[in-house]
Write a protein that binds this ligand. Sequence first.
Ligand SMILES: [Zn+2]
Length: 241
Amino acid sequence: MEQVRFLIEMQEVMSQARRLEEEKRKIPLEVADLKSLFEEREAAFLSASQEFEALRQQRREKEREIEEEKEKVDKAKVKLMAIKTNKEYYAMLKEIEGTRRTNTAREEELLAVLSKHEEAEKRLAERKAELDEVTAKYRERMVEIEARMGSFDQDIAKILDRKRQVASKLDAGLVRRFEMIFERREGLAIIAATNYSCTGCHMNISPQLFNLLQREDRIHTCPNCNRILYYVAAEDKASGE
Ligand SMILES: [Zn+2]
């Protein structure tokens, strides 16, 4: 029966449209995921970069302090030459010794800062590489998505146009009924009846209805799942699927 053939075609076209719309619906979710991953990596990079910068400043500060203390020692040494009394001389030596001890402690602190600074530099490089990777992926995928988005609407329009053509060959009431069943039965509105059973819900079909289906002169639906049925001989079904 011609109507059955058109209904089967209608189902294919509507399934294609549904797949495209599903794909289109998922895109904003994918974009949101990509964006949040990018932001996560970016935040990790910025935090590593701040840590690195803070340690660089600490390092400079320590180096500057050590430099100043060394200058103090040098000046003190010059003064030492001009000193006349022993008392003053020993007082000055003591002061120089004190400054030297402070500097030894500062140099140890500097070493600790240097080591942290090196670690921070490594971490920063790692975060940078991760950020670069995700940025490249993000950009690449966005180019693909934009291209896909451009063709989606055209593809959907083409399919809906084909659907209209097929629908024009069918009774308007039947098309409406078909669309309703399509929505309710997850995209399977017309289905084969074979060997006295509905292949949609697997319920048995009465011999009376099965005979009517074989005659192919009217549209019949499954009494259980309401899908439109079309007759397929048992051997055809076995070899066909
Ligand atoms: Zn059924």
